[in-house]
Ligand binder design. Structure first.
Ligand code: ADP
Ligand code: ZN
Length: 732
């Protein structure tokens, strides 16, 4: 059921449909109680079985519940109604992702507490007139404070009057002070759009003018802002943010991994004189409640957040920016499976507002859309201030004869030495957490695997544990091999960042190292702390996973070494090459951002690979053209559509039966092809067996109806879950 326009009103005794944020949630009929008017969008509390739930009035009742069984709405909740565009968005996302409306509404009502009246604090005002009581100097000064100012809590009144709170309590007892509830909405510092930004270069000005014009007209306009790292993309879109603010609109900036946005936040503060509201998984319950409420009341004007910020209850959103739009973190893989960048474009379309996708390495999808004229392309080809992009060289690892337990080539080692000698900083990039990705028995070859997942255990030597990166299972290194019973026979294979650090420490015992991975940097504070240390030059070498690959700007960092450039190319994922290029390019972009020129060295066994050649030449077009052709030939996205069905469950036989049943009832249409079932690469994940089916559709065929019909036709096994991933990004 599609939500109704807010101009409808339901009066007492009438039916209205209420959508509830529960997994199987649909729109249920309720009666409007005596004395209440309800409109679509109103938040209400209703009975459901023995429970009381909050939901949203979605439209006219369906009339499918008997009058005598019809339950009555309990109350209307004291929050602004959910805007019509938000309800349309919930409808749209549910339809597109083949999720239930209730599941999607749950994302838009993620903070149930925010629906209640904010709790007041106890405060006092002076009675008028003041009864005839015994006066003392302290009593008089309390009364004076409260007669001349706003109500205050006992402790505040006492503080201002210079007495003890007991005096205030005493005055209240004799009726000279009246107790009042005082609601204090947190005040949000307002970003000031008219503060002076930096003087923009000609190219920046041109891009900024185009964006500002979109923000001014305020109609749907998708823009791709494509520019090399350091070209000033952030400064440019800040101009559009300022324009939207001037027009009194709210602005949403989506960022991947907001947890690490410390530098972004302070830049925003420098430009606008106040911090934006933040939305990410690490907010405490109180901040979450206050932020949700402030967004719904329009008090929070700029919201920077991770993908779930898309579902906040904006009153008047006027601009969306998706920074690092190519980032895989925008895809939510659990629950409602959706891509936040794509949904953001939909949200902008529904709201009739501009959206700016920003990247130095735009996704192939966005590049193709720009090429086709669906997105307007704004290009910033040069670094600001004429700084050159770092010089990049490939190190052919087939020619470097390294012992099996060393990973730094002599060339990279020398470069590190020169960098330290010059008093500059370096970064080594290796996208592998822990000490070693695989541990095997030297005697029999047995490999230590996770009991719950099809994955090897990763050694974390600092913690003294072997760990599964999928389910969190961990164990100590066994004394004996469980297979051949040999003692102390285990051998660590391959490097992780911990092991690389060990190698570096042996070569450069003096260098001050920092390891940056999700194991060592947990949360925004730890990240801000490390960034501070790097900025103050308390660190010479950062050894990191992709955690620090993004967006940071360290003026003294002049050398970036990519330890294993080929790592992302293995696995045969559809986007492996694209992803590797994006990641390496981002990492390389960390070098030489200040006055000192930078250098990037990439160790690779495949120097002729298209990705490596594109990196080396600094020319993206050839590589992109090849990728486009490859996907076009195979009808792969964006030239065709994919939908993945993931069947999972505790019992392998049931999973197999379900997958077989799906294959049997697979749709047979021209232009639609179903592949599988095949065991998922992670055939066992968190103790669940998994099979995958993949539906391929030729361009122009919408998958939603086809998949819905398919699922209705197929026999259902008990205890098996079928997840639907429209436009899959991950094929695990
Ligand atoms: P990008 O987002 O494209 O990587 P940024 O906007 O982060 O680029 O800019 C890189 C650096 O250059 C930042 O420190 C930024 O403040 C600075 N910068 C960019 N444009 C200007 C400008 N016009 N005037 C002064 N500094 C600028
Ligand atoms: Zn596991």
């Amino acid at each position: 059921m599609v939500s109704d326009s807010p101009s409808k009103t339901y009066i007492s005794g009438q039916r209205c449909g209420v959508l509830l944020p529960v997994p199987l949630g649909q729109v249920y009929d309720y009666r409007v109680p005596e004395g209440l008017f309800l409109s679509p969008g109103d938040f209400v509390r209703v009975p459901l079985g023995p429970r009381k739930l909050s939901g949203v009035v979605w439209g006219t009742g369906q009339g499918d519940v008997d009058e005598c069984k019809l339950k009555t709405v309990i109350e209307k909740l004291p929050v602004p109604p959910m805007a019509e565009v938000t309800r349309k968005f919930v409808d749209w996302v549910a339809g597109y992702t083949l999720s239930s409306l209730g599941q999607v509404l749950k994302m838009a009502m993620s903070v149930p507490d925010a629906l209640e009246s904010p709790k007041g604090v106890k405060a006092f005002r002076a009675a008028d007139p003041i009864p005839d009581i015994k006066m003392t100097p302290t009593r008089e000064s309390v009364l004076q404070v409260l007669q001349s100012g706003p109500p205050l809590s006992a402790s505040e009144a006492a503080l201002q009057a210079g007495c003890s709170p007991a005096v205030v309590a005493g005055l209240a007892k004799v009726g000279a002070l009246i107790e009042v509830e005082q609601v204090r909405a947190r005040s949000w510092a307002q970003p000031d759009p008219d503060r002076q930004g930096p003087e923009l270069s000609a190219a920046q000005q041109q891009a900024a003018r185009a964006l500002v014009a979109k923000a001014r007209t305020g109609s749907y306009a998708p823009v791709l802002l494509d520019g090399v790292p350091g070209s000033g993309k952030t400064e440019v879109y800040f101009e559009a943010v300022a324009e939207a603010l001037r027009r009194g609109k709210q602005v949403l900036v989506l960022l991947p991994e907001i947890a690490l946005g410390a530098q972004w936040l302070s830049r925003f503060e420098t430009r606008f004189g106040a911090r934006p509201a933040q939305w990410h998984s690490e907010l405490g319950p109180r901040e979450r409640r206050e932020t949700w409420r402030a967004v719904s009341e329009g008090r929070a004007r700029v919201i920077v957040g991770a993908r779930s910020a898309l579902f906040l209850p904006y009153q008047d959103l006027g601009l969306i920016v998706v920074d690092e739009e190519h980032d895989p973190a925008f895809k939510q893989e659990e629950g409602v499976i959706y891509h936040a960048r794509d949904m953001a474009v939909v949200r902008a379309h529904l709201g009739g507002i501009p959206i700016c996708l920003v990247s130095a390495t735009p996704s192939l999808e966005s590049q193709v859309n720009a090429e086709a004229g669906k997105y307007e392309l704004l290009h910033l080809p040069e670094r600001h201030g004429g700084a050159e992009l770092a010089e990049l060289n490939l190190i052919d690892m087939r020619k470097e004869k390294l012992p099996a337990t060393r990973w730094l080539s002599p060339t990279l080692e020398t470069a590190l030495k020169d960098t330290f000698a010059a008093g500059e900083q370096a970064m080594l990039f290796l996208n592998r957490r822990g000490y070693a990705p695989l541990t095997l028995c030297r005697t029999c070859g047995f490999r230590l695997a996770c009991p719950n997942c099809s994955a090897w255990l990763v050694e974390h030597r600092v913690r003294g544990r072997l760990q599964c990166h999928h389910c969190g299972y961990n164990t100590a290194l066994p004394q004996r091999c469980p297979n051949c019973d040999d003692e102390q026979s285990f051998h660590a294979c391959g490097p992780g960042v911990e092991r690389l650090a060990e190698e570096v420490m042996n070569i450069f015992p003096e260098a001050r190292l920092a390891i940056a991975s999700s194991d060592t940097i947990q949360g925004p504070r730890a990240a801000a702390d490390l960034i501070g240390r790097i900025e103050r030059h308390e660190v010479d070498l950062i050894i990191g996973t992709q955690l620090l690959a993004k967006g940071y700007h360290f003026p003294l960092l002049t050398l970036v070494g990519v330890v294993d450039g080929d790592l992302g190319l293995a696995g045969g994922d559809l986007r492996a090459a694209e992803r590797t290029y994006q990641l390496l390019y981002q990492v390389a972009g960390r070098a030489g951002r200040g006055a000192h020129p930078g250098r990037v060295l990439v160790q690779t066994h495949q120097p002729d690979h298209g990705v490596m050649q594109a990196m080396k030449s600094g020319v993206r077009e050839t590589f992109v053209a090849e990728e486009v052709k490859f996907r076009q030939d195979l009808h792969m996205p964006p030239f065709g559509r994919l939908v993945a069905l993931i069947v999972s469950g505790k019992h392998e036989t049931a999973v197999d039966a379900q997958a077989a049943a799906l294959a049997q009832s697979a749709p047979r249409y021209d232009g639609v092809q179903v592949l599988g079932p095949a065991p998922a690469p992670l055939a066992l994940l968190r103790g669940k067996h998994r099979k995958r089916l993949l539906m391929k559709l030729q361009p122009g065929i919408a998958p939603q109806r086809i998949v819905r019909d398919w699922l209705e036709r197929a026999r259902k096994e008990k205890g098996v879950r079928i997840q639907i991933d429209v436009d899959p990004q991950s094929f695990l």
